[in-house]
Design a binder for this molecule. Structure first.
Ligand SMILES: O=C(O)CCCC[C@@H]1SC[C@@H]2NC(=O)N[C@@H]21
Length: 244
């Protein structure tokens, strides 16, 4: 296994409210990107303000950084993180079989949700004071309850990978994808993401805050939008919840 990536800090906490809150507290004084992992969260949160349940032994960490780019470029790191998470999970299992990415950034195992990513930032669109990528993985067990209509949960129980080992795998994989993103831009990240996409070419449903759009999952465009071809034409969707 490769060592801890150069230039990234590492903080491991026994317990915290949420690693996203800890990232916000750390943000103003950061010298460089830092991984914050908690063995337990008391107030973990998911996308759309949902509670994120953290059964004992599951993985919860946030990568916090102070990027130089504007908010739109920074947001593409959601795909960078999803690819890193995919690679870390593949390394933990020793195989990629059954793994897929669900737009925008969930990792699925045999069709079940294994891991989720939450992005948060502070500052203005022109200059972010900090940017946080929160990652939760059902390392040891699945949460008891999931949202209605959501894909069922999956876990890595049985692989025996510890939280610390998973952090090492993830930090290494993230550093590799981040280097590609910084050097070559979004194109190779987009291509790799599409190669691992769940339900590409199939009919899916995207639920935004205003409407429900049903269409064929055509691609993800250069801005990271979900592109659906619908009877009414091609739709590029920036933010939505996807249902299969
Ligand atoms: O809704 C989702 O799918 C995203 C879940 C993100 C959960 C992780 S756990 C580590 C970090 N801390 C949090 O409070 N949330 C994220």
């Amino acid at each position: 296994m490769r060592g801890w990536p150069e230039g990234y800090g590492r903080r491991v906490l026994d317990e915290v409210d949420s690693t996203m809150d800890e990232a916000a507290r750390r943000g103003p004084e950061l010298a460089g990107p830092e991984w914050i992992m908690a063995r337990r969260q008391t107030k973990g949160r998911g996308r759309r303000g949902r509670h994120w349940r953290d059964p004992k032994g599951n993985f919860a960490a946030t990568l916090v950084m102070r990027p130089g780019e504007g908010a739109e470029v920074v947001a593409l790191r959601s795909f960078v993180a999803a690819l890193a998470l995919y690679d870390a999970v593949a390394a933990a299992r020793g195989r990629t079989e059954g793994l897929a990415l669900k737009w925008p950034n969930d990792v699925l195992l045999n069709g079940g949700k294994l891991a989720g990513i939450l992005l948060e930032s502070a500052g203005t669109a022109a200059g972010l004071s900090h940017f946080a990528i929160g990652i939760g993985v059902n390392l040891a067990e699945v949460p008891e309850r999931v949202e209605e209509g959501a894909v069922p949960p999956a876990s890595l129980a049985g692989t025996g990978v510890t939280q610390d080992e998973f952090l090492d795998l993830l930090a290494g994989a993230y550093a590799d994808w981040e280097a590609r993103f910084v050097t070559y831009g979004f194109a190779p990240v987009r291509e790799a993401w599409l190669a691992r996409a769940a339900r590409l070419g199939e009919v899916i449903t995207a639920r935004t805050t205003r409407e429900e759009i049903v269409g064929t999952f055509e691609t993800v465009d250069e801005q990271g939008n979900l592109v659906l071809s619908t009877p009414g034409g091609r739709r590029a969707i920036a933010a939505a919840e996807v249902f299969f």
